[in-house]
Write a protein that binds this ligand. Structure first.
Ligand code: MRU
Length: 358
């Protein structure tokens, strides 16, 4: 996608082929800057501190982390130690495990001497595949938006939560891929953007990338969606996901479940854009089994923003001494999900339909 007219991906190999570069998402939307990742520790920090975030992108960054590590130490011990460190960086998005385990399985049979070059090539391949997958999600999802437009013959209002746009992937996004495809095809649409406290990925990132592409959008507080749905102001919801069980339970950014409940109560179609690497075949019951990341209290008690003097500052919101709980994700049971938009097509959120993807 483009930033001020220049095409970017969220992660790319440096011109000297010695490192990887990323967009620092902790500084958006007010400051655009890039960071050079030189080694596995840099990649691990970028994932843990959310300089890169979004399930597909952390999977790709994990893969590049393995590749960076292999340039310095390529023994079996180094490979396994690298994978363990990177896997621990963030617990919920299964794509991180997927990307790292794919690298481990790919590299294990390769001689130590050849591993560095092979790892670099494989990480690049995973990144390119992510772009293809998301473009395909866009092609399948556009049909749903077009159908709604044909039915109502006016602007389609789409609600999304968190950031599942191109910044959460290598390019295109998952939930926003159909939005970009529909917008580019001339279908009139408007996006309701949940701000997504505490880290405000909606207000900071989704609003920014939609704005860069010229897509009409409005930021709303996280509690507004239900009201809008009651007043027929939302035609569909599309969200991303960090992990989907074999039965179709969907883990996504905290607050997704409440949006799905409101959508169900108001008959609003609730779609989840899901690249197939996001399926965790090992799990049955998402609510009981998916590990939910708990993050620092400061993300709730404090907030950052642009001050009148042009500086970005962090201020405290809550009284000194009040504790805060910061659960990063929740699980929406499959029964509340209208459909899963995948790179292979749109399917129902149940075990039988998900198996047909393979
Ligand atoms: O904590 P984050 O910012 O990594 O969470 C991101 C989300 O919840 C996304 O909506 C999800 O990863 C889907 S990404 C295409």
């Amino acid at each position: 996608m483009k930033i001020n007219g220049t095409p970017y991906r969220t992660i790319w190999t440096a011109a000297d082929n010695e490192a990887v570069e990323i967009i620092d998402q902790t500084r958006l939307p007010h400051i655009f800057s890039t960071i050079r990742l030189e080694n596995m520790r840099d990649a691990e920090r970028a994932i843990r501190d959310m300089q890169v975030r979004g399930a597909p992108l952390i999977g790709v960054t994990g893969a590049y982390g393995v590749a960076l590590s292999m340039r310095h130490h390529a023994s079996n011990a180094a490979l396994n130690a690298t994978c363990d460190v990177l896997l621990a960086a963030r617990p919920t998005a299964v794509n991180l495990r997927w990307g790292i385990e794919r690298m481990r399985a790919f590299l294990a049979p390769i001689t130590v001497h050849e591993r560095a070059a092979a790892a670099w090539q494989e990480a690049r391949c995973i990144a390119d595949e992510d772009v293809e997958i998301n473009a395909s999600i866009g092609r399948h999802g556009i049909a749903l938006i077009r159908e709604l437009h044909q039915k109502k013959n006016s602007t389609v209002n789409i609600l999304t939560h968190c950031n599942a746009g191109w910044l959460a992937t290598v390019d295109w996004g998952t939930a926003l891929a159909p939005v970009y495809a529909a917008f580019d095809a001339g279908i009139p649409l408007h996006v309701w953007v949940d701000e997504t406290r505490p880290r405000n990925q909606g207000a900071n990132l989704t609003a920014w990338e939609l704005g860069q592409h010229g897509v009409p959008h409005t930021v709303i507080t996280d509690n507004t969606g239900g009201h809008l749905m009651q007043h027929n102001m939302v035609d569909m919801a599309i969200v991303g996901t960090d992990r989907v069980t074999a039965h179709g339970d969907v883990c996504n950014k905290i607050g997704t479940y409440l949006k799905a409940l409101a959508a169900y109560d108001n008959g609003v179609p609730f779609y989840v854009a899901m690249p197939t690497p996001t399926i965790d075949w090992t799990l049955q019951d998402g609510v009981k089994e998916i590990p939910i990341e708990e993050r620092a209290e400061e993300e709730v008690t404090h907030i950052s923003g642009l001050c009148n003097d042009g500086q970005v500052r962090t201020v405290q919101l809550t009284p000194a001494g009040s504790r805060a709980a910061n659960y990063g994700f929740d699980v929406t049971p499959a029964r509340l999900v209208t459909g899963l938009i995948t790179e292979h097509g749109v399917v129902a959120a149940n075990a039988g339909a998900i198996r047909t993807l393979y």
